[in-house]
Design a protein around this ligand. Structure first.
Ligand SMILES: Nc1nc2c(c(=O)[nH]1)N[C@H]1C(S)=C(S)[C@@H](COP(=O)(O)OP(=O)(O)OC[C@H]3O[C@@H](n4cnc5c(=O)[nH]c(N)nc54)[C@H](O)[C@@H]3O)O[C@H]1N2
Ligand SMILES: Nc1nc2c(c(=O)[nH]1)N[C@H]1C(S)=C(S)[C@@H](COP(=O)(O)OP(=O)(O)OC[C@H]3O[C@@H](n4cnc5c(=O)[nH]c(N)nc54)[C@H](O)[C@@H]3O)O[C@H]1N2
Ligand SMILES: [Mo]
Length: 735
């Protein structure tokens, strides 16, 4: 591979793919099956503490597979399948059959099951709270009950974007996105004269011409309460809508006016928390009440402590405005978070490898992995349930990079010493692969044939094999087939099919399903010849006005909530007895934020958004080679830089009580004062002083659940400080 070119029909092609050829042939590829020496020697506790430091021994495939199969067998026999953790979170790569997570889960099911993980780092808090409020899964709301881009263009007058709508983030999508539309729509909204309001710490979170309200991170719920207060005191609330379509408003209203906690949520109160002037809050409330307004909320807002609250409160605010069910009005979550949100599509069934059944019932909230490894047998709460962490002996990862994605990597390193064995399939020597015991080299999509298809995109692709497998890399499917055979479940796993057989089988099923829905698709051989086809499934007619029937007649078209209405007060949640999330949305100060006591020690709030130049940590190997690319930039406000005698481009150390990393200062007034931003994506690479050399923000982030409701990741609830690197290392972490 020498170059990657954009797709001809893409209106706004990203340049992420430029780096692919360099990454595919990079020196950091895993070339041979590799087993950590200390583990192989097999003495004592197999030197678990030396994970990440020991050298690896390269072995022939057959020998390495025998060893892995024997270890899986031992753990199964001695501890049962409930001691195998196979959550294996991550995005892996596009391609339907070779999707790594589908492969590992099918394999582990075939050998008797595994402890799974539920929800995602992306939207765990949303997935927990939204069903209580709207009576449907979050992902169904997202893909089926939101205003489409064209509907917004036609009807919305004011677009209030909490956390922005980022064209950068909509460059990618699960399974692939072909036409990158988000920027084009935002430009059309702007040309039309729509009021675009970006609420959040960074101006760059959406199109530059938007009005920017630079808020303090983690305080959106307070600002929304301030807006609600204005609506209520100035008679701008749609009472008729609230009475017909919602339940519990009066109880929420008592909280709004401080009858239950002694604090009225006035705009002045909100100002003291979120940093936006009361006059500005009033003016925004007036505009929202006086125009067709769509409130949008980025996923990032729920990736913080009590991230459930802004999601719930935004729905309450939209209900108070009474525009839910009107075209271009109401509420929407995650426009721009990934490509495909807002695109009006006829939904076709997926093209997915069947997973089989998992006989192990146990599953953890995805971001609680370190808690689980550190505290086997401990109880925890999850969305009204009391659960117990299992005792994990073997961790299997295929298609994810926890030493990139998890919070507080120092803590994860300690948790990682607990299991007997860690098996990883990876194309590259990532931080996670380096910390495994058994590493199998996996192919990338360019080294195998597959079918490309996303349910959130109108295209269908044949993905040809472009290059021979690098080194001794094998497809995950082949590796699992060989392991399953050794464990006596070869037939259950493969059903006697080759990869090509499976692809034809899955594709034929997809084709039949599409035909049933009236969509013609080419046969597989024709698709292979044509490379790609655009299916006739995109059009405004496929996205009707969300909640229109419910709004019209909520008795005939109730929501699937206990009350049949939108729940401003939820008896179910109140029944859980969680103070952080009583029966209605509330503002609760996070443990770390700029208004709290910990800001005295670490006075800057760190946000860690997704990287614009890649997908998570993928292709990092080749990107890190680019001159001056690492360590990662830390974006900081000129005032904060000046106070620390830091100039643009200076090498700095970002630190707090949990850890520290190197970074390069990028001084910009597009970020709010006292907020700094480091994108995720760098490979964790600590030096002898435990300072990460590359700039991975997760050495700094806090590893707590969003709340007992969602137990999601709280990456955005993090305070830090920054110092110029010449001054030597900052003090040792205190915790
Ligand atoms: N190019 C690229 N695109 C991606 C990805 C990628 O790796 N690369 N990853 C994809 C994935 S997996 C996901 S889940 C989505 C995530 O999509 P999002 O969650 O929407 O995006 P983020 O980039 O994490 O954050 C967006 C912005 O939220 C702001 N923010 C942070 N905290 C707060 C807060 O408390 N309040 C407010 N108002 N704003 C806040 C930050 O300024 C940040 O820049 O992105 C997807 N898109
Ligand atoms: N601080 C902070 N942390 C975050 C976030 C944040 O906003 N802030 N966001 C979180 C979110 S939303 C997400 S989604 C996660 C991202 O989670 P990550 O797990 O970091 O995601 P990826 O980097 O996509 O991981 C995929 C891995 O699979 C490998 N891979 C690719 N193709 C194949 C294949 O075919 N076979 C095999 N075996 N392996 C393959 C890739 O090389 C890569 O190492 O990060 C989370 N972490
Ligand atoms: Mo994500």
């Amino acid at each position: 591979m020498v170059a990657a070119a954009p797709f001809s029909d893409d209106p706004n092609p990203p340049d992420i793919s430029d780096i692919l050829p360099a990454a595919i042939h990079h020196r950091t590829r895993v070339l041979h099956p590799s087993i950590r020496k200390g583990w192989l020697d097999g003495r004592g506790d197999r030197a678990r503490k030396r994970r990440g430091q020991d050298p690896f021994v390269e072995l022939p495939w057959d020998e390495a597979l025998d060893i892995a199969a024997a270890e899986l067998e031992r753990v199964r026999r001695e501890h049962g399948n409930g001691a195998i953790f196979g959550g294996s979170y991550g995005w892996a790569s596009a391609g339907r059959f070779h999707h790594a997570l589908g492969q590992v889960h099918r394999f582990l099911n075939s050998i008797g099951g595994y402890v799974a993980s539920v929800a995602s780092y992306s939207t765990a808090a949303a997935q927990a709270i939204i069903p209580h409020v709207f009576g449907m899964p979050f992902l169904r709301l997202l893909w089926g009950h939101q205003n489409s881009w064209p509907m917004i263009e036609a009807h919305t007058e004011t677009l209030v974007m909490f956390g922005g709508i980022s064209p950068k983030n909509s460059q990618v999508s699960m399974g692939g996105v072909t036409e990158h539309q988000a920027l084009g729509w935002l430009e059309r909204y702007q040309a039309k004269g729509m009021h675009l309001i970006n609420i959040g710490p960074q101006r760059t979170d959406t199109i530059a011409s938007s009005k920017w309200l630079p808020t303090i991170p983690g305080t959106d719920t307070a600002l929304m309460l301030g807006l609600a207060h204005v609506l209520e005191t100035e008679g701008l609330v749609d009472r008729a809508f609230l009475e017909r379509c919602t339940t519990g408003y009066d109880r929420f209203r008592r909280y709004l006016f401080g009858e239950t906690d002694g604090e009225s949520k006035s705009p002045e109160w909100a100002t003291g928390i979120c940093g936006i002037e009361a006059g500005e809050i009033r003016a925004l409330a007036h505009r929202m009440a006086g125009t067709r307004t769509l409130i949008t909320v980025a996923w990032a807002l729920q990736r913080g402590q009590n991230g459930e609250q802004p999601y719930w409160m935004a729905a309450v605010l939209a209900a108070m405005l009474g525009q839910i069910g009107l075209p271009g009005g109401g509420i929407g979550y995650g426009y721009g978070a990934i490509g495909g949100v807002g695109v009006p599509l006829k939904r076709l069934g997926g093209l997915r490898l069947p997973q089989g059944d998992n006989p192990v019932a146990d599953a953890i909230p995805v971001a609680r992995i370190a808690d689980m490894l550190l505290n086997p047998g401990d109880q925890y709460e999850f969305n009204g349930q009391r659960r117990v962490y299992p005792d994990i002996r073997l961790v299997y990862w295929c298609g994810g990079n926890p030493f990139h994605h998890h919070q507080d990597l120092g803590r994860l390193s300690r948790a990682w010493e607990k299991p007997d064995t860690i098996i990883v399939h990876e194309p590259w020597w990532t931080a996670t692969a380096k910390r495994a015991d058994i590493v199998f080299p996996a192919t990338t999509p360019f080294e195998r044939e597959d079918i490309g298809r996303s349910p959130n995109d109108a295209y269908l692709f044949h993905m040809g094999r472009l290059v021979e497998p690098v080194g001794e890399a094998r497809d995950d499917y082949e590796i699992f087939t060989d392991l399953a055979r050794r464990l006596g479940t070869g037939e259950v796993f493969s059903e006697g099919r080759t990869a090509a057989d499976w692809q034809r089988h899955l594709y034929d099923r997809f084709r039949q399903e599409a035909a049933r829905l009236g969509v013609e698709t080419p046969g597989l051989d024709e698709l292979r010849r044509r490379n790609w086809v655009k299916l006739p499934i995109e059009g405004a007619e496929y996205a009707p006005v969300p909640f229109a029937a419910f709004r019209e007649d909520p008795l005939a078209h109730p929501l699937n909530t206990p009350s049949g209405r939108l729940e401003i007060y939820s008896e179910t949640i109140a029944g859980f007895g969680y103070d952080e999330c009583p029966g209605h949305p509330v503002w609760r100060a996070p443990d770390e934020w700029l208004g709290g006591p910990s800001a005295a020690a670490y006075p800057l709030h760190l946000v860690s958004p997704q990287p614009g130049d890649k997908l998570h940590s993928q292709m990092e190997s080749a990107l890190a080679d680019i001159e001056d690319a690492r360590p990662m930039p830390v974006i900081m406000n000129p005032e904060d830089a000046k106070a620390r005698a830091i100039r643009d481009g200076d090498p700095v150390v970002v630190f707090n009580g949990r850890g520290r990393c190197r970074a390069r200062a990028r001084v910009s007034d597009h970020i709010r004062e006292h907020v700094v931003a480091i994108s995720t994506g760098a490979w964790f690479d600590p030096d002898d002083h435990d300072t990460d050399r590359q700039g991975n923000p997760n050495v700094l982030t806090r590893d707590i659940g969003t709340s007992r409701i969602g137990q999601g990741c709280s990456a955005h609830t993090t305070l830090v400080d920054v110092a110029r690197q010449e001054r030597g290392h900052p003090p040792e972490p205190s915790t």
